[in-house]
Design a protein around this ligand. Structure first.
Ligand code: GLA
Length: 659
């Protein structure tokens, strides 16, 4: 075991001490790079803006009616929808992929309206995507849409930014500003998180296609992370193709086969993962949120009748099957090492099922509960996931506030039921945390430790894995200062100490985002990197003093016997250097059935055991492998152990777990 050298730690601290405090809030014009379009509309600025397609009835022109500044502004009148409005086609203005841009504008509407700055693009399959970047509310007065950063990647075509409002009211725009943002690069002279923790667990991050666009973000991920979660792109709302569902229903008179596809935005991230050989956490198959209600309706429309439980079960099965199929078809070489099968099924207050309802009306309500009446859908989701997921993909139940006693009890009860049928491999602790000013953090590190210990006990007992899946820790609004960042660093360090303590039961720690400005909780600056890609004090605190542990031998995605043999040999070498394969595979307990110590129980375990029993001199088995192989725990390796492994694989028997 090696410690991070003092010199290395000192160098890191020096770099961190030199850096300025994170940029809070927005970037200001003074920081900006090359101008793309800056106009007060006294000039011909309005002519650069276009309508949004043929159905857009708006009239966009220069106006002298009460501008925000100067003599003129831009008026957008005759709108027949709130989405009608002034758009800029970025390629016409010379904007390029991978560059950060900043846009802002003053806007005014006739009466109360949210005015949004939005971005649209067309993906490789010709599908259009829209996202709101920022907004301001006007009630007849001028308001500023704040400076907003955005980027796009080469795969995004026909990228436009535009201003829209809720209603089709007249819209006025003034003092519009679009410039290149400052160009950032990552710090090359700081340790890599994934290397520091390589002997412990994977360190991951989550990213959306848009967030991945800047080159610096790609560099940051390559340097620090060895697990990637797609922020939104694999969620049902993006995987389900409504038109194709309706077409299939019409052509086949069968309403049980929802149509699934990978959108271009998902492919942007998956291509990046593939090119850089980064393993992926699949997120998420069955969830009340970001799952369109039409998926639960007779004709796949919002107005249809709710389908029966039987139909929904078939839809669920075909959906899960479809997700694994489309991924396998194009990305079979990506290591999808984990999937969240069900996300957030328990209500925070009751710790029971969520309220039945329409998620679009109230984000906490669940259409799954509406159709099933309770949480009985969960077990089916795991059953189908087990059936259709690749054998090496581990299956997780994932939730937030997972350390709250009652919710945790519900999760543990569920996990026990699923484990009894060998349907689950692990628990995902989202870990969206908060550092508070003047009081304890929520949860306190002690509280979090208790919660984790409870899960660890269950993991030990049931031979399951734990993953921290969405870690971030916000600061209070009035704590975004040096003291706050120090407190955040201490808190992160305490939380990491808890995680490290239980490292043998934890295979991945995933942060929910890269730089603070990209976080879904941006106002609390909850992540490890500032928006200029420099490391924050909390980055320093979670690597400082971490003991270096020799990384486990990772099992490549193997399909041939030859490769399996190689892996086994690699494990043997590893074991000779350290103590046992149990330690190096990250489980820390005997894992009955895992003869080749690769963290999977499959036919190769039975084959290796057969070769060992028949005294095949070329068969390589470690001491730990021998312990794992003795499934009936009678002290000898014999054909009964092989039978038990095969019955376990065929799901006819559950292997014992270590006491
Ligand atoms: C939950 C979900 C994530 C993500 C975050 C917010 O934690 O599991 O997928 O949506 O909320 O970004």
């Amino acid at each position: 075991m090696k410690r991070l050298s003092k010199t290395a730690a000192a160098a890191v601290s020096a770099v961190l001490a030199m850096q300025s405090l994170p940029l809070v809030g927005t970037i200001h014009a003074a920081d900006a790079g090359k101008e793309i379009l800056v106009t007060g509309f006294e000039d011909d600025g309005a002519s650069k803006f276009t309508k949004r397609g043929d159905d857009d009835t708006s009239v966009i022109e220069k106006s002298t009616e009460k501008p925000h500044s100067g003599d003129a502004c831009m008026s957008v009148t005759g709108r027949s929808e709130g989405w009608n409005g002034p758009a800029l086609v970025l390629s016409d203005l010379g904007c390029e992929p991978g560059v950060r841009y900043i846009a802002s504008a003053w806007v005014k509407t006739q009466w109360y309206n949210e005015c949004k700055l939005s971005l649209q693009y067309t993906d490789a399959d010709g599908e259009q995507h829209y996202s709101n970047l920022s907004k301001a509310v006007s009630q007849g007065e001028w308001v500023k849409i704040p400076d907003t950063k955005f980027s796009f990647s080469a795969d995004m075509k026909d990228v436009q930014i535009y201003i829209e409002s809720n209603d089709k009211v007249d819209l006025y725009v003034d003092d519009f500003f679009l410039t290149e943002g400052p160009s950032y690069s990552i710090q090359k002279d700081i340790p890599s998180l994934k290397d520091v923790y390589s002997g412990y667990f994977k360190v991951g991050t989550a990213v959306t296609a848009a967030e991945l666009a800047p080159n610096a973000t790609k560099d940051l991920i390559r340097k620090h992370f060895n697990s990637l979660t797609l922020g939104n792109e694999l969620k049902p709302e993006n995987m389900l193709d409504q038109k194709a569902c309706q077409k299939y229903l019409k052509e086949n008179d069968d309403n049980t086969v929802p149509q699934v596809r990978l959108q271009g935005s998902a492919k942007i991230i998956l291509d990046f993962a593939k090119e850089n050989n980064i393993p992926v956490r699949g997120h998420t198959l069955v969830w009340h949120s970001q799952t369109p209600t039409w998926f639960f309706k007779d004709d796949y429309t919002m107005d249809g009748d709710w389908v029966s439980k039987d139909v929904m079960l078939k839809r669920m099965e075909n959906y899960i099957k479809g997700v694994f199929e489309v991924i396998e078809a194009e990305y079979s070489d990506i290591d999808f090492y984990a999937w969240d099968v069900v996300n957030e099924a328990f209500d925070d207050n009751t710790a029971g099922p969520r309220n039945p309802g329409v998620y679009e009306d109230y984000r906490g309500d669940s259409a799954w509960v509406k159709v099933f009446g309770d949480n009985s859908f969960i077990k089916y989701a795991f059953k189908y996931a087990r059936q259709y997921a690749p054998a090496e993909t581990k299956l997780y139940y994932n939730d937030y506030n997972e350390y709250m006693t009652e919710k945790q009890n519900s999760i543990i009860k569920l996990v026990r039921e699923l484990a009894a049928d060998n349907l689950i491999d692990g628990i995902g602790m989202q870990s969206h945390l908060d550092v508070r000013k003047g009081s304890d953090a929520f949860p306190s590190a002690q509280h979090y430790a208790m919660g984790m210990k409870n899960f660890v006990d269950v993991a030990k007992e049931l031979n399951l894995d734990l993953q921290v899946t969405e870690l971030d820790a916000t600061l209070d609004k009035d704590y975004l200062n040096e003291t706050g960042f120090k407190t955040q660093a201490k808190y992160y360090s305490d939380i990491m100490d808890v995680i490290v303590k239980y490292k043998d039961y934890i295979s991945a720690v995933v942060f929910w985002g890269t730089t603070d400005d990209q976080s879904w909780r941006v106002e609390g600056l909850p992540l490890l990197f500032n928006e200029d890609y420099t490391a924050k004090p909390c980055f320093d605190s979670i690597i400082d003093g971490i003991e270096y542990v020799e990384p486990p031998v990772t099992t490549p995605k193997v399909t041939t016997t030859k490769a399996v043999t190689t892996t086994t040999e690699a494990v043997t070498t590893k074991e000779a250097e350290t103590t046992s394969c149990i330690l190096t595979t990250g489980y820390g307990v005997i894992r009955y059935g895992d003869t080749d110590c690769n963290n999977m129980i499959d036919v190769s375990d039975a084959v290796l055991l057969a070769r060992v029993i028949t005294e095949d001199r070329n068969a390589v088995i470690t001491d730990s492998g021998r312990k794992n192989a003795d499934c009936d725990r009678n002290g000898t390796l014999d054909p009964d152990d092989i039978t038990m492994i095969l019955r376990h694989i065929a799901k006819l028997e559950i292997l014992p777990v270590a006491e």
